[in-house]
Write a protein that binds this ligand. Sequence first.
Ligand code: SAH
Length: 357
Amino acid sequence: MTDLKTRLTDRISRHGPMTLAEYMTECLLHPTLGYYTRRDPLGRAGDFITAPEISQMFGELIGLWLAQVWLDQGAPSEAILLELGPGRGTLMADTLRATRGVPGFPAAMRPHLVEASPHLRDVQRRTLSGHDPVFHDTLDTVPEVPVFAIANEFFDALPIRQFQRADGPLWHERVVGLDGGVLSIGLAPPAPLAMLAHRLDDTEPGMIVETCTPAEAIAGELGRRIADHGGAALIVDYGEEESIGDTFQAVAGHKTVDPFAEPGMADLTAHVAFGPLARAARPAKASATVPQGVFLEHLGITARAQALARHMQGPSLDQHVAAHRRLTHPEEMGHLFKVLALFPDGAAMPPGFSART
Ligand code: SAH
């Protein structure tokens, strides 16, 4: 079978350069050769570790957050629990366990999962055996009821495009082409771009900005559902308020690698711009974007960590203390990772958040 590198090289030599979004989509989700479709990339033996894989505390606190927001909205009985990009299903499993005691909470119902990878669906089915999850390719098939949704490190996997400011109001798209037959990034001819008109004031020639249309479409659909039916969404990822600079990166074996060296063999991501997601979600309300460390402290992670520590000693205690630090410390995940909540206009501000100014 031809490898993905050969296929992409052939395609570019025949049809010309492709956008970074096209390249990311092929590398991550090609039906047989894509990074996520082929295998389980998560965990110590895989390429990267996510917060729910670091400690059960993450999923427990998020589960209690979801239950509290559900209670604050009058405990709607038709509601469903939804996760976008559930990885191994660990976050959902911890959420369901932590909320077992909340009478009537959707935990009693089947979780709904939006997942593109058949391989990871199998892993999620195993992790959530007994809960019989309902799978969706996209949000389109999710029932029109109040949805209480979580997405951790999902939006960073969605395909971005990059643009480099040229002179005046013009932009070069950064595209994937061939340099001596080798996949590499190049600049398309400069053109004016209506979708970047609002970035002319805060950029100068030479600067790079990123756009992620699929992320805005998904935030828009979540916002539309929340405004129509109630519900809420919690989006957790690395990123900042507005995109600035080149944040496209490839990770394999817990190390940063060249994103063009071995297509389909590395995780490709970009930082999430939270401001555009908050704007796309209107008419639903968006909270301020809060650093993950601050958010988890507000939800009581330190008290939970102390309670769990009472039953631990030796290496497992050391590991637990390190996990707490890793999730919350500003030099680890505490500051780079941010959290954004979407909720209905008129509903209470969700726990751990302040108003967007
Ligand atoms: N939330 C998990 C996994 C993060 S990895 C955790 O925190 O551990 C990203 C997840 O999103 C994987 O499950 C991947 O298969 C899924 N994914 C990536 N792009 C997707 C897309 N376009 N549609 C649906 N799922 C996608």
